[in-house]
Design a protein around this ligand. Structure first.
Ligand code: FUC
Length: 781
């Protein structure tokens, strides 16, 4: 349905009934697309297979995922590769491989399934090759012609089915012959693996150090016609198909990892998973269920599950599905003559796709690589780095209407809670700061599926509150009190720790000390770089304020009482979160005068602006927004992938749509690989998620209590529409615009509510369960 047709109904009704019309009430996660799926086709498309090596994986392979595990598809003709990653598969990596001069554990590739499909004798080279990833369906395909036959492969991962499936077809009977070679990845002194045959299945089992993580993969192939054989010897196995009309490969897997507090609290690595067993029966049952369903039904179940989430948001910037392949589109993205609108829409939806693929209920959260890693040890171990990366992964979760992807973030920190309480106690003791009964809760940057870290060095006491911002947003966007009850212990205990950690200065201010602006370094006495430590860095001060405010608000909403609340109210005015320096900048270090006096002036982190985005404290005062603009300008645009994504969101928050758009094009041109994965470099998925959130932030903001439509619309997007975004307060928001002005919008929510909306430069109050059509006549923009 085109935008104009979608809004036609509203216009027609408006003639008869006036401006306010009854609106459909929507309960639970808000769905804005009656058609279910987005109706424009979004494909990542290529005319060459990915190279079958690490570079090909990083730059060209296409990702599938069901939250539990990811599969990188290479799309080869005679040689296809499916590489599997499971988020709990952490293995000790030998020194050097780990990126360090000592062995350390990190996320490792699970296994590789290599499909060899030799061409018929004497056949010419294949023609009409194409591989793609269909974002509307979350299905990857490969097709080509050879010897008069069109071969096609379709691949998917199913969340309800907990499986991977690939269907191979040919336009002539009996032409499907291949061997599927199954191999564990990176067997070494820290990892052993075997493959055995059970009936018609291959069963791969592996054992790893140091966490005693064990795993199992089961593989089966079903055919129409032809002959299937299974063989295994030692570490590898093979399924062979000869002369079939069609074949479907099914894969299920699991590990003995469980997201339980003991994983984080156990004193020794070997007991973290003590008592947990590989769920072999579940893995076998999943495989049996997938085979029993068969390709058609499995695919239908997958589509129903996936499209219910993906189809909620439709973005139309006027992009036309392009004839060019995605790598060609990307290479031209920032060229003057380029029309990047389709690519921008595609990139926006790709971020949503990746979040659905890497984070679903019951799984570990999306890590630094989402759930895709072909390396022996993922860069930065594939951890949950919390001075921005893990948070950025979830920035699009609420605003782009994917609430269901969020629970892993909460479940992860819930499981880690006792360990982080112990860290808080230790930290306060170390600093001689135990003042109140109870030590509270805190967090540091370095976290993983197996451990959580203490504040210090890479980021200070603000890090816990940074984690909490998303837990608050869970409630803020959904209005779900149960979500706020879940966030409450983090807010309250986070504040309890902070209320003790801040130190009174001679001038009466309360400052975090030690305090850091994440990753800012300087030369130390022995010539080595050390983290800059200065009391009261903007990052820590702003985040403490955010945490206190949210704790007090949450207490009011939930009717909670605690003696600490009065302490927070008393401390709040003394925290001095924002100082403006002599360059007109927001000071990163309160000891600086002019911009850039301390630390790297072009550092990738823009931590002094954490209260601008994702925080809100800088939005308290217009002069602070002006100062934020100065800091952003001085910092510069070009940076690592995720850092450009943060800048994009920040420029949207200071309401400079054209600059935000410049950042988007820079992120595409300089921070994105041909497969549209974000690169630091190397590949890091956070920038994808930050980029998607940034596009939403240009179109809709709600952090000040007013729903602002098109707050940072660039000149490059004069006409368009967006449906199904979400705003704080539990609203779904649809907007259409022409020549840069909102022409129609509607807000829906589960309960009727009065809400302030800013449209074309004027703020009005509307009721959300009513339909708001044309903006007020007096409004100007
Ligand atoms: C933070 C960043 C780095 C990198 C790492 C995983 O430490 O400063 O740039 O993204 O996380």
């Amino acid at each position: 349905m085109s935008t104009s047709r979608f809004f036609q109904m509203i216009q027609v009704q408006s003639r008869g009934v006036g401006l306010l019309l009854a609106m459909v009430l929507i309960c639970g996660p808000l769905s804005a697309s009656p058609a279910g799926a987005a109706d424009k086709s979004y494909f990542l498309r290529y005319d060459q297979p990915a190279a079958l090596d690490l570079k090909g994986w990083e730059f060209q392979s296409l990702p599938l995922g069901n939250g539990y595990f990811g599969v990188s598809v290479f799309g080869g003709v005679a040689d296809e590769l499916w590489q599997f990653t499971e988020k709990s598969l952490w293995v000790m990596a030998p020194k050097g491989i780990s990126g360090k001069d000592y062995p350390r554990p990190g996320l490792s590739s699970l296994c590789e399934l290599r499909l060899t499909m030799p061409p018929p004798a004497g056949a010419a080279a294949p023609s009409h090759y194409q591989r793609d990833l269909n974002l509307n369906q979350a299905v990857a395909s490969v097709s080509y012609e050879q010897a008069g036959v069109t071969f096609r492969r379709e691949m998917l991962t199913s969340f309800p089915g907990k499986c991977f499936a690939a269907r191979l077809t040919a336009t002539k009977p009996g032409r499907i012959s291949f061997s599927l070679h199954a191999a564990h990845a990176y067997l070494c002194e820290f990892r052993s693996g075997q493959v055995r045959v059970e009936g018609n299945r291959l069963i791969m089992t592996g054992a790893t150090a140091p966490y005693q993580l064990n795993y199992e993969v089961q593989i089966q192939v079903e055919t129409q016609g032809g002959v299937v054989r299974a063989a295994a010897s030692g570490e590898t196995g093979e399924l062979t198909v000869e002369g079939a009309d069609e074949a479907v490969v099914y894969v299920t897997l699991g590990t003995n990892y469980r997201l339980e507090p003991q994983v984080f609290s156990a004193a020794v690595n070997a007991s973290k998973l003590g008592g947990f067993a590989v769920p072999s029966a579940r893995i076998a049952a999943d495989l049996q269920a997938a085979v029993a369903l068969g390709w058609k039904q499995l695919r239908a179940r997958h589509l129903a599950d996936y499209q219910a989430l993906f189809g909620r948001v439709r973005l139309d910037l006027g992009g036309k599905p392009a004839a060019s392949t995605t790598d060609v589109l990307l290479a031209a993205a920032d060229k003057p003559a380029a029309d990047a609108r389709y690519l921008e829409e595609l990139y926006f939806q790709f971020g949503r796709y990746l979040l659905i693929a890497s984070s679903r209920a019951g799984t570990l959260p999306a890590n630094l690589q989402g759930t895709w890693n072909m390396k022996q040890c993922a860069p930065w171990t594939g951890g949950y780095w919390a001075n921005i990366n893990i948070q950025m992964n979830y920035w699009p979760a609420f605003v782009t209407n994917l609430e269901e992807t969020f629970s892993p973030y909460y479940e992860y920190f819930k499981a880690a809670f006792p360990a982080q309480q112990a860290i808080a106690a230790k930290e306060l003791k170390k600093r001689n700061l135990n003042q109140f009964p109870g030590s509270g809760w805190t967090a540091g940057t370095g976290n993983s599926a197996y451990q959580v870290g203490a504040p210090g060095g890479t980021s200070g006491d603000g890090t816990g509150p940074f984690i909490n911002l998303l837990l608050w947003d869970w409630y803020a966007f959904t209005g779900d009190r149960a979500a706020l009850e879940k966030a409450w212990p983090f807010l309250l205990e986070g504040s309890r720790y902070l209320a003790q950690a801040v130190r009174e200065q001679p001038d009466g201010t309360l400052l975090c000390s030690p305090s850091y602006s994440p990753e800012q370094m300087m030369g130390g006495p022995d010539g080595k770089n050390i983290y800059i430590e200065k009391p009261g860095c903007a990052y820590d001060q702003q985040l403490v304020v955010e945490n206190y405010r949210l704790t007090l608000k949450a207490a009011q909403i939930l009717g909670k009482q605690d003696p600490l609340l009065a302490v927070l109210s008393a401390q709040l005015p003394k925290l001095s979160p924002v100082l403006v320096g002599t360059s007109g900048q927001i000071k990163e270090f309160r000891q600086e005068n002019a911009y850039g006096e301390i630390g790297d002036p072009h550092h990738r982190h823009i931590s002094q602006l954490i209260g601008l985005y994702p925080g809100t404290v800088i939005s308290d005062r217009p002069e602070w927004i002006d100062a934020a603009r100065v800091s952003l300008t001085q910092r510069g645009d070009k940076s690592t992938g995720w850092a450009m994504a943060h800048r994009l969101n920040a420029w949207a928050r200071v309401k400079d749509g054209d600059h935000a758009h410049t950042l988007l094009l820079t992120l595409l041109a300089k921070g994105t690989m041909p497969n549209l994965w974000d690169t630091h470099p190397p590949f890091q998925i956070d920038g994808n998620f930050g980029g998607t959130a940034g596009i939403a932030e240009m179109l809709l903001q709600s952090h000040t209590g007013v729903i602002e439509l098109l707050p940072a619309l660039p000149a490059a997007w004069p006409n368009g529409s967006v449906r199904g975004l979400r705003a704080r307060g539990g609203f779904a928001v649809d907007i259409a615009w022409t020549n840069g002005r909102v022409t129609h919008y509607r807000l829906t929510s589960a309960e009727p509510r009065e809400v302030a909306v800013r449209v074309n430069g004027a703020t009005t109050t509307v009721r959300s369960n009513k339909l708001s059509l044309t903006p007020a006549k007096s409004a100007t923009r």
